[in-house]
Design a protein around this ligand. Structure first.
Ligand code: GDP
Ligand code: MG
Length: 374
């Protein structure tokens, strides 16, 4: 009977697939296992390579996701795609030693522990062969913050190598955020009942083939993960990100408006008491355009980092499209503010209501027309 599924999220790991399967086979002698590669349509043909192996070794399965990116969501989908009672997640790049799998399996299968994981920072673990003291430092800091925020006390809650009973995962899968890379932390912080955790020291080695995908995004994704932990259940993540950027845009618009009014109205300027509505509307329109440009740049870098527009041409086109699709939002934004001001609302209230109404339009339209697959 099937005992264990090993989930291996991949992005551009073609050269690591065959060696990884061979190492799993060697490490898991005597265990009935399957391996599920969850590939995000890697351009190097990682999924093809895994399918090639699967033809002669049906223990190897492939999930290919189109138009999607993300380590955590890949891990979750992989874990939900098996009938095996116990499931493990590990990197496919051979930085995680498969020799630990049988020991983890013994700990979880016996029922003594709910979850086993490999720690890069436990007693007896090592990151020396990784050769990345910068990442070791960053991980250490992230771990300390994660401990404080979630109350999860492990030496390495950011580890990507763990094993648990599949039913534990399935019970809470719908509540996991699936954002970023910190899937273990997500699971530990999400389950209601505390899990009994067994820690295994890991010798985290350098990559043999390919390159790291998390180097650039690791800090940002961590922050998104924390944000998501706090607010993710109330506001969907992409919209939360868009909203966060939008909130910064609010500050930018108010700041720009303040500067513009000071320039235009000069001596007569008193914040919150703009007597001439023509001056106010002109300045507010300009301020909204400045905020829109700011939002475009940040959304492109952060909110839609998985669909980021690159190069001068696409960026300019994207900005124009963003401006175009947001022009409705901009009209809503400035128009509603003007109306509210006319009927006697305080200027700041008028501006903020305008911004909120405008943002909803902007999200609805831009996620489809600027970064979507229109
Ligand atoms: N499916 C999927 N896998 C990913 C993604 N990003 C990284 N991975 C895989 O996650 C594992 C860890 O990523 P890696 O870049 O090695 O991170 P690092 O070891 O922390 O530098 C590797 O197997 C990657 O191929 C992604 O967006 N989607
Ligand atoms: Mg790696």
């Amino acid at each position: 009977m099937l005992q264990l599924a090993v989930i291996l999220p991949t992005y551009r790991e073609r050269a690591n697939i065959a060696p990884m399967v061979a190492r799993l086979d060697a490490a898991l002698q005597g265990v009935v296992w399957e391996a599920i590669f969850v590939d995000d349509n890697s351009p190097d043909g990682t999924a093809d390579e895994a399918r090639r192996i699967s033809l002669t070794d049906p223990r190897v399965r492939v999930i290919e996701r189109i138009g999607r990116r993300g380590l955590a969501s890949a891990a979750i989908e992989g874990m939900c795609a098996t009938a095996a009672p116990i499931v493990a997640v590990m990197d496919a790049d051979q930085q995680h030693d498969p020799e630990l799998l049988p020991k983890m399996l013994a700990a979880v299968e016996g029922g003594e522990y709910d979850l086993a994981y490999a720690s890069r920072f436990a007693e007896g673990a090592s990151t020396e062969e990784w050769g990345r003291p910068d990442r070791v430092k960053a991980s250490g800091l992230a771990n300390r913050i994660a401990n404080k925020v979630t109350g999860v006390e492990l030496s390495d809650p950011m580890s990507g190598y763990f094993m648990l009973r599949t039913e534990t995962l399935r019970a809470d899968a719908h509540r996991l955020s699936g954002v970023g890379f910190k899937i273990l932390l997500d699971i530990l912080a999400t389950v209601d009942r505390p899990l009994k955790v067994k820690e295994f020291p890991l010798n985290f080695v350098a990559r043999i083939e390919g390159e790291s995908k998390l180097d650039q995004t690791v800090v940002f994704e961590f922050l998104v993960g924390l944000y998501d932990k706090w607010l993710g259940r109330i506001i969907p993540t992409r919209f939360a990100l868009f909203g966060t950027v939008g909130a910064m845009g609010v500050a930018v618009q108010l700041g720009a408006l303040w500067v513009l009014l000071k320039v235009i109205a000069g001596e007569r300027f008193v914040y919150g008491n703009w007597s001439e509505s023509a001056t106010f509307n002109t300045a507010n329109t300009l301020a909204a355009i400045i905020a829109m440009t700011f939002n475009f740049v940040l959304n492109n870098e952060l909110t839609y980092s998985d669909k980021r527009l690159r190069g001068f041409g696409p960026l300019l086109r994207g900005w124009a499209q963003f401006g175009l699709t947001c022009s409705l939002g901009l009209l809503t934004n400035v128009g509603s503010a003007a109306v509210l001001k006319t009927i006697g609302f305080h200027s700041v209230v008028a501006v903020i209501v305008g911004i909120v109404l405008g943002s909803v339009w902007n999200f609805a339209l831009s996620s489809r027309f600027v970064w979507g697959k229109y």
